[in-house]
Design a protein around this ligand. Structure first.
Ligand SMILES: [Zn+2]
Length: 436
């Protein structure tokens, strides 16, 4: 009999939250006490949700898996494209390496995924509800039979998009995802299940890190994980289930927004989004700006001009050129048509906004928390907890990398992720290489 594995991602829950005495999370604390906790997890760059959840599930950096951010520019079409919300890309056409669930499925494990970024159209997920913001996409791409089963069972799946778009009702989406997971545990018992919770990210953006709303969201998700565990116990599979709780990035405070496209507009380089006459365009990946030169004939001159303009702009920290991208875990600009030509990181307290219909390059930010900074910053460190029959009890291991997650879980399943960038953290397991 194969064991069960559940991988839970709490979007944006930094490891530092566990030092906050006001954070209760009794379920997570119990999993840590009876399992393993890492002393933080370094994420990758850019530290945004679609790129990071792909790194988690493939064990590779964006240079290898190809998901270069939440937002990118297609330089051939001169258009902004969105990994965000699985809007413009599907799993099979954009992730260039095998995922944990591909390998598991090919080896006879049944697989399920709930709201995991970039799973649209995934061939190897038996029960799949991708992470969307549009109801039409949910209706079209969720596993058909499952969608009907959930609806017949009385779960309000027709509300998925509405609840995911509205932060004030975001907890309802996370509740619904939990109910879907419980249904799957009862009716289908998938061997590998992935669940992505969004609320902690949404409320930290809106209300700031350490805010009452942020703490409430983490406690709320903790309760949902408690619900899942109770369901596993009811179905008598808890003792046979390894549970991994991780996050995709941490969070830092922000106060100001840098608007690079306003800057470019003021210098005659940018007109409006998707204009074929744009010479230069930037997209935001949180605290990082990705700038593409669209006027190929004047590439060199424009690159120099843009770099100088950005260097003089308030809030801009380091600027990277193509040759430096591989050291950030990203492909060079000429090796991927979605890759930018210049990347800049904001200073602390700043992030990069999309706004272009105003005259100020710098503005006071509505958002209070952000990610997308370089992953080495302490506040960006994510969390890692492992608990279950394969896992040792009550130990803290040194900081790991988020690309270690997939190889480590695969190893516990007797599987291997070829060409992963991360390593297997063997020290968390009771018996090395032994399948249950
Ligand atoms: Zn995220």
């Amino acid at each position: 009999m194969k064991k069960n594995v559940i991988v839970i991602c709490i979007d944006g829950m930094a490891n530092y939250n566990f030092e906050n005495p006001n954070l209760k999370v009794p379920v997570l604390k119990s999993l840590m006490e009876k399992g393993i906790k890492a002393d933080g997890m370094e994420v990758a760059y850019p530290s945004v949700t679609w790129a990071m959840n792909t790194s988690i599930i493939t064990g590779t950096f964006p240079i290898k898996h190809g998901v270069l951010g939440n937002w990118v520019v297609d330089k051939n079409e001169k258009k902004v494209k969105e990994f965000f919300g699985d809007r413009d890309f599907s799993k099979e056409s954009s992730i260039k390496v095998p995922t944990l669930y591909d390998i598991a499925h090919q080896n006879g494990w049944t697989t399920a995924s709930i709201c995991w970024p970039l799973t649209k159209g995934a061939d190897h997920i038996d029960y799949n509800i991708p992470e969307f913001y549009e109801q039409e996409l949910f209706e079209e791409y969720c596993t058909k039979g499952l969608w009907k089963e959930l609806s017949d069972y009385g779960l309000p799946v027709e509300k998925y998009a509405e609840w995911s778009k509205d932060h004030a009702r975001g907890h309802m989406q996370d509740w619904l995802s939990t109910e879907v997971a419980k249904y799957l545990i009862e009716k289908h018992k998938p061997n590998l299940m992935m669940i992505h919770y969004l609320l902690a990210d949404s409320l930290q953006h809106d209300h700031g890190i350490g805010s009452q709303e942020a703490l409430w969201s983490m406690n709320y998700i903790d309760e949902r994980i408690g619900d899942l565990i109770n369901k596993l116990k009811e179905e008598n599979i808890y003792d046979n289930t390894d549970i991994y709780v991780i996050s995709d990035h941490g969070f830092a405070e922000v106060e100001y927004e840098i608007r690079p496209n306003v800057l470019f507009k003021q210098h005659g380089l940018y007109i409006e989004e998707n204009s074929q006459d744009n010479k230069v365009i930037a997209v935001s990946n949180g605290a990082s700006g990705f700038v593409s030169i669209l006027d190929k004939e004047n590439h060199k001159t424009l690159l120099k001009e843009v770099k100088e303009l950005l260097a003089q702009t308030e809030g801009v920290d380091k600027i990277y050129e193509s040759d430096e991208f591989p050291s950030l875990g990203l492909p060079k600009s000429d090796s991927h048509h979605l890759q930018a030509d210049l990347i800049f990181e904001s200073k602390e307290g700043y992030f990069v906004g999309f706004k272009a219909d105003c005259n100020s390059v710098i503005g006071k930010s509505v958002m209070k928390g952000m990610h997308g900074f370089l992953p080495q910053k302490d506040k960006l460190k994510a969390m890692f907890i492992a608990h279950g029959p394969s896992i040792k009890k009550g130990e803290t291991i040194p900081e790991i990398s988020l690309v270690d997650v997939a190889p480590t879980i695969a190893y516990s399943m007797g599987l291997n992720i070829p060409n992963a960038d991360g390593k297997v953290i063997e020290s968390i397991f009771k018996k090395i290489g032994v399948k249950l």
